[in-house]
Design a binder for this molecule. Sequence first.
Ligand SMILES: *Cc1c(COP(=O)(O)O)cnc(C)c1O
Length: 348
Amino acid sequence: MSFDLDSLVRPNIRSLTPYSSARSEFDGIANVFLDANENAFGSPVGGTLNRYPDPLQRELKEKLAELKGVGASRIFIGNGSDEAIDLLLRIFCRPGTDACITCPPTYGMYRVAADINDVQTIEVPLTQDFDVDVSAVLGAADERSRLLFLCSPNNPTGNILARDQVTRLAEEFSGVVVVDEAYIDFADDPGFLSELDRFPNLVVLQTLSKAWGLAGARIGIAYASEQITALMNATKPPYNVSSVTQEFALKALAKRPEVEATVRQTVYLREALRRELENLDLVEKVHPSEANFLLVRVKNAIAAYRHLLNDGIVVRDRSNVRLCEGCIRITVGTENENQQLVASLKKI
Ligand SMILES: *Cc1c(COP(=O)(O)O)cnc(C)c1O
């Protein structure tokens, strides 16, 4: 499949003159900054918060480039992955005309972001064993389907999508293929970053919200061709990632060994929790997981959900989601939290 990026980009985005901020126009060395109408006396809370942040988050991108082996110019950083999802829809899909394809059960934001942008969502369900149905996706696609959202490991099912099928879609889908790897750090799978050179239509989404423990800071990352990240940078709000967020993200990335230790601990506790759950009469099935949560089918999901809530334990009720009937989604907690969960379920 030959891929023509230009023809997929919305005409108004193709011809956009992006906002040029004071900080993006000046990139040299100076010590008197009278270009951005900031408060020259400083911020009331100290630090350099009176100054606008780097609109292109260069230091953070250099660090991510080093960690991931992807050139800094192929990295986009957003205010959460949700910003990247929204931008991709705005760049590639004309409201009221174009469509995106999702494969439910999956992350709900693809559809919500598409609805907000007045972009149709074509839903091609996963198979019974939660794999992507390649021929159904290709069959549903037409020239208006500009984006395909895949999620691997998938939320809420927890599985990695079969690699050869994702590859086939990257080869044969005529639009942009987004692979959301929010949970990849927990998986025994390298993910698709290494395929970016091979597929100019591939966008890999990652986040610092899960394994990296920075959900509150809001850092989502898109890895893609330089052309695609340039479009995302041109379309985003100029200062979309605050300097506080950039600072904490850099601090977190410097603690890779500690973060990797919590990832290993989470994976270990996930499998321990799986064994405990499988011994409960109430539990019918614990789905395999390569993420930091388990999708669990129980006898009366709504009653179990309410019972847990009564004990002050919140899980996610997924029982009304197609292919997840009877299921709750449980995030792996600390050892103590997991024990409280199991103790509560034992009382049912
Ligand atoms: C949690 C999650 C994200 C992360 O979103 P952020 O906006 O980066 O916090 C992205 N995709 C999926 C599938 C998720 O479950």
